[in-house]
Design a protein around this ligand. Structure first.
Ligand SMILES: [Zn+2]
Length: 240
């Protein structure tokens, strides 16, 4: 009988029927020997050589896949896809002069400094108009002009505070929208990552299993050879 690969006359004990060779190993053989048919025989030394070659092939593609994944991660890091940003900076840049003034006034109006200054002004006003009563006070008791000034101040302060509050609300809304976008993206990325990981694990697991099986077969073949001096076909009759 003749081995398909090396075309040499071999002892039947050293030959393996081609149809019993694992299909994935057959593919590796076909790459080097396109004329390979599933009907002839192959000698064990050639078969073992191709088994090892096949395992090396699988390991190589594995490595290639990993580096492709790394490339993807690196390129995704290069792309300016990050959504996260400081909303406050974004918002402050869009402010008009009036809005900025409203913010400042509302801030000052809500401080202890304002209350102190205000109390001081009222006190001075009353003192001036009371002590200078002998002369001609510009706002005699019960200080009607002071009342007018205070009413005007209150009337002006309310809209300014409302303006500032509206702005604060708009800022909060923008922040909430931004948070939503970031959360959504994170969720999608995590899902994608999960799917990728699952796929990778399944893929690798299958390959590892196959490599393991081929290694076991190689070892078995060696053990049998050592024990009997010649090869004996697999007693279970399975694909070798
Ligand atoms: Zn051969």
């Amino acid at each position: 009988m003749i081995c398909q690969i090396c075309r040499q006359e071999k002892d039947p004990a050293e030959l393996m029927p081609a149809e019993l060779v694992r299909p994935s190993v057959q593919e590796t053989i076909r790459k080097v020997h396109p004329e390979w048919s599933g009907e002839g025989y192959i000698c064990l030394s050639d078969l073992n050589r191709f088994r090892i070659e096949h395992v090396e092939d699988v390991l190589e593609t594995e490595k290639g896949e990993l580096s492709a994944l790394e490339e993807e991660v690196v390129s995704s890091m290069k792309e300016p896809e990050i959504i996260s940003k400081n909303v406050n900076l974004e918002f402050d840049r869009k402010l008009t002069l009036g809005e900025q003034a409203a913010d400042r006034i509302a801030e000052f109006g809500g401080s202890w400094g304002f209350i102190g200054i205000f109390a001081g002004v009222i006190l001075v006003w009353i003192i001036i108009n009371s002590i200078a009563l002998a002369m001609r006070p510009f706002d005699p008791y019960p200080y009607i002009l002071l009342n007018l000034v205070l009413s005007c101040l209150a009337a002006m302060q309310a809209p300014v505070i409302m303006m500032s509050q509206n702005r604060q609300e708009a800022r909060d809304r923008l922040g909430a929208e931004h948070d939503y976008a970031v959360n959504l993206k994170a969720e999608l990325e995590i899902r994608q990552l999960n799917a990728k990981l699952d796929q990778l694990l399944n893929h690798q697991w299958q390959r590892l299993l196959e490599i393991q099986r081929i290694q076991m077969e190689l070892m078995e073949a060696h053990v049998r050879k050592d024990r009997s001096g010649i090869y004996q076909p697999n007693s279970e009759g399975g694909v070798v």
